[in-house]
Design a binder for this molecule. Structure first.
Ligand SMILES: Nc1ncnc2c1ncn2[C@@H]1O[C@H](COP(=O)(O)OP(=O)(O)OP(=O)(O)O)[C@@H](O)[C@H]1O
Ligand SMILES: [Mg+2]
Length: 235
C-alpha cells in the first residue's frame, strides 16, 4: 500500500528526514516511534504530500505520489490526522466532520454512511454534534480529529500522536478505537512518543531517530528490546 525508498526531506539547509525506506502492506497496523524532534511529523507530512522530499520516492497504491498535490493524495485514499488536532474550534462537531468529507462533497450517500460509522465508533460525537469543537474536552477533540480524518473514507490513515496530552484512561479508550478502525479494514500508520501504548496495539513498528530509521520489527519484539526499553519505555 505504501512504499518509501530512500526519502529525504529538508527545511532550508537542515536535513530532517535522512534516507528513510519503509513498506506498509494493506491491512497492516504499524507504529512509528521516536522522541521529540525525531522527525515523525515531518515524515508524515512528506507521505501526505504537504512537504516534498528532496530525494527518494513515495509510492501509494502503486503510484508515485512524491510530486503529487496533497489533495490528490487524499483523493487516492490517504488521510492524515495531524498532531495537535487542528480542528475548526468555532465550528460545530458536525461541520468539522463535513470538512473531512470535502473531497467527496457530491457523494451524499457515502458521506451519510461515514457519519453513521464515526458516530457509532464515537457515540459522544453524535450527542455533541451541534457543540462547537473548541469547547470539547481534549479527549473528545482527539476523537473528533480522528473521525474527521475518516470522513474521506481513507484506505491508509496516518495518525500523528493521538495520545499527546491525554490522561491514561482516555489514551486507553482512544487506543481501543484506533485498533477497532484497523480491524474494520483501514491500514494505519501510527506515530507515537507513547511507545508502550503503540507497541501494545500495532503488529509492527519502526523507530525513528534524528530522521533515520534505526530499528524495525514486530511490536512484541520491539517491546522487549533493550534499546527501545531504555529510550522509549523508561526502563
Ligand atoms: N517548518 C519547519 N521549519 C524548520 N524546521 C522544522 C520545521 N518543522 C519541523 N522542523 C524541525 O524538524 C525536526 C523534526 O521535527 P518533527 O516535528 O518532524 O519531529 P517529531 O518527531 O514529530 O517531534 P514531536 O514528537 O515533538 O512531535 C525538528 O528539529 C524541528 O525543529
Ligand atoms: Mg510530531
Amino acid at each position: 500500500m505504501l512504499k518509501l525508498r530512500n526519502v529525504a526531506t529538508n527545511f532550508g539547509n537542515s536535513v530532517i528526514i535522512r534516507g528513510v525506506s519503509l513498506e506498509i502492506k494493506k491491512g497492516d497496523f504499524v507504529s512509528l516511534l521516536g522522541s521529540n524532534g525525531a522527525g515523525k511529523t515531518t515524515l508524515f507530512r512528506t507521505i501526505a504530500g504537504i512537504l516534498k522530499p528532496c530525494q527518494g520516492t513515495v509510492e501509494f497504491k502503486g503510484r508515485q505520489t512524491n510530486r503529487m498535490s496533497a489533495d490528490k493524495i487524499v483523493k487516492l485514499g490517504l488521510s492524515l490526522c495531524p498532531e495537535g488536532r487542528h480542528l475548526f474550534p468555532q465550528l460545530s462537531v458536525h461541520k468539522n466532520l463535513m470538512m473531512g468529507a470535502y473531497i467527496r462533497r457530491r457523494d451524499h450517500k457515502g458521506i451519510k454512511r461515514s457519519i453513521g460509522q464515526v458516530q457509532e465508533l464515537f457515540p459522544i460525537l453524535k450527542e455533541r454534534k451541534e457543540q462547537m469543537a473548541g469547547t470539547l474536552s481534549g479527549g473528545e477533540q482527539q476523537m473528533l480529529a480522528i473521525a474527521r480524518a475518516l470522513m474521506s473514507d481513507p484506505e491508509l490513515l496516518l495518525l500523528d500522536e493521538p495520545s499527546i496530552g491525554l490522561a491514561p484512561l482516555i489514551v486507553k479508550n482512544i487506543a481501543d478505537k484506533v485498533k477497532a478502525i484497523n480491524e474494520m479494514g483501514t491500514t494505519i500508520f501510527l506515530s507515537e512518543q507513547n511507545a508502550n501504548m503503540a507497541l501494545k496495539i500495532t503488529g509492527r513498528g519502526y523507530v525513528l531517530e534524528s530522521g533515520s530509521i534505526i530499528m524495525e520489527g514486530p511490536s512484541n519484539q520491539l517491546i522487549t528490546d533493550d534499546v527501545v526499553r531504555k529510550a522509549y519505555l523508561g526502563a
